[in-house]
Ligand binder design. Structure first.
Ligand code: EPS
Length: 383
């Protein structure tokens, strides 16, 4: 299962096409809309979120609430399109007043126009905009619908914004999703949440932007998803690729990640245990549920680092692409911090990779066959 997306930030709509979806998966558009709303929430967002109210429309692949085995197409409209028709018109003469000529440091603007030969940074920034992640969340909703049938849930929470961090819990996968959603920054630690909000307010007041880190967890996974046998199928590598593809993500780690490199092996690896109820299990989960490129049966947990948003109200220096004179980088209406939203996008990306890994191991056409194959596998590996 995988998706492609299309659409510009201020174009008419975003679209996702999900292929490789088995037949028989119940899809409730309300679940997808709830994820889209979570992506839009989060303290630190800018004026655009007051305009948009994202809803998914299913154009294909679902009939009477169930997938039928054909590609699933979803669209999310851009309400702001109505205000941008003269800038983003698909037809008609170019609008010279709509050109952006001062590329922003940290954005795709400059390398994008160099690569494509465009003379207008807007040709690049419209697609490079993180608005596109709404399509990812809609696509991820289809993956989550499949995972739900297999007893797998995917969640996320924010672990730091700017200089404010929460202490990582011993078991990140046990963090209560309702507690996360009750925080305006999607952080389960109320004290850290308040300090994060204060830091966002300070950043906004001085025209700054902030990055941060988030954790994505997945529970209910069977061991053996992914492979130890070939590079392209290693699940940790696939998760890294998917999460790193989210705009502004600059770092990724699995389980204890970089911190594990500082400790001796006896304080890093998770001892194997066994009992009649659980079968094989681990006494700890520092590995983040992944060993040898495969799930090991423990919850998966990964973290990602998002850089601060590159559009600054007090812009950094740039160079005009026409005159080559020094100028301030272009100012666009923007968010101050989008880490809470990026965490929800991280869920979608992780869900898509995990759903695909299930289909690779257990068949890919018919939900009932997949459920039966998972049950047979679980019976075989549970002594
Ligand atoms: C973004 C700039 C802002 C963000 C946008 C991402 O949009 P605008 O330029 O319209 O103010 O709000 O994010 C979204 C619209 C969204 O839905 O997440 C950028 O330049 O990446």
């Amino acid at each position: 299962m995988r998706y492609i997306s299309s659409g510009e930030s201020h174009g008419r709509a975003l679209t996702a096409v999900v292929i490789g979806v088995p037949a028989g998966v119940p899809v409730d558009i309300a679940d997808i809309d709830a994820d889209l709303a979570r992506r839009q929430s989060g303290y630190g967002r800018g004026g655009r979120m007051a305009i948009e109210s994202d809803r998914a429309l299913i154009l294909s692949g679902v009939r009477f609430g169930r997938t039928i085995g054909s590609p699933v197409t979803l669209t999310v409209s851009n309400r702001d399109w109505d205000n941008w028709t003269d800038v983003m018109a698909p037809q008609g003469p170019a609008n010279p007043a709509a050109r952006v000529t001062a590329p922003r440091p940290g954005h795709a603007d400059l390398a994008g126009i160099q690569k494509t030969g465009s003379a207008d940074c807007r040709d690049v920034l419209e697609r490079a905009s993180a608005r596109e992640t709404a399509a990812r969340v809609a696509a991820g909703g289809v993956a989550r619908a499949l995972l739900r049938q297999l007893g797998v849930s995917v969640s996320s929470f924010v672990t730091s914004i700017g200089s404010v961090s929460m202490e990582m819990p011993a078991d990140p996968s046990a963090v209560d999703p309702d507690t996360v959603e009750s925080s305006r920054v999607r952080c389960p630690d109320p004290d850290a949440s308040n300090r994060m909000i204060a830091e966002i307010d300070e950043a906004r007041a001085i025209g700054e932007s902030l990055g941060g880190t988030f954790c994505v967890t997945a529970r209910g996974l069977v061991p053996g998803l992914g492979t130890y046998a070939e590079a392209g199928g290693k699940l940790d590598a696939r998760l890294a690729s998917a999460v790193m593809s989210i705009p502004a993500i600059k770092g990724f780690e699995v389980g204890d990640g970089f911190a594990a490199a500082d400790r001796p092996g006896s304080q890093v690896h998770d001892e194997i245990a066994h009992n009649g109820e659980r079968g094989f299990y681990r006494r700890t989960n520092r590995a983040g549920g992944l060993e040898g490129g495969m799930t090991n049966g423990e919850p998966v947990w990964i973290r990602a680092a998002m850089k601060p948003i590159p559009t600054l109200m007090r812009p950094l220096g740039s160079v005009d692409i026409d005159t080559h004179e020094p100028v301030d980088a272009s100012r666009e209406r923007s968010d101050v911090c989008a880490v809470p939203a990026a965490a929800v996008v991280g869920e979608a990306e992780v869900a898509m990779v995990l759903a695909d890994a299930y289909l690779a191991k257990f068949g890919s056409d018919c939900l009932d066959d997949i459920v039966a194959a998972v049950a047979a596998y679980e019976a075989r590996i549970t002594p």
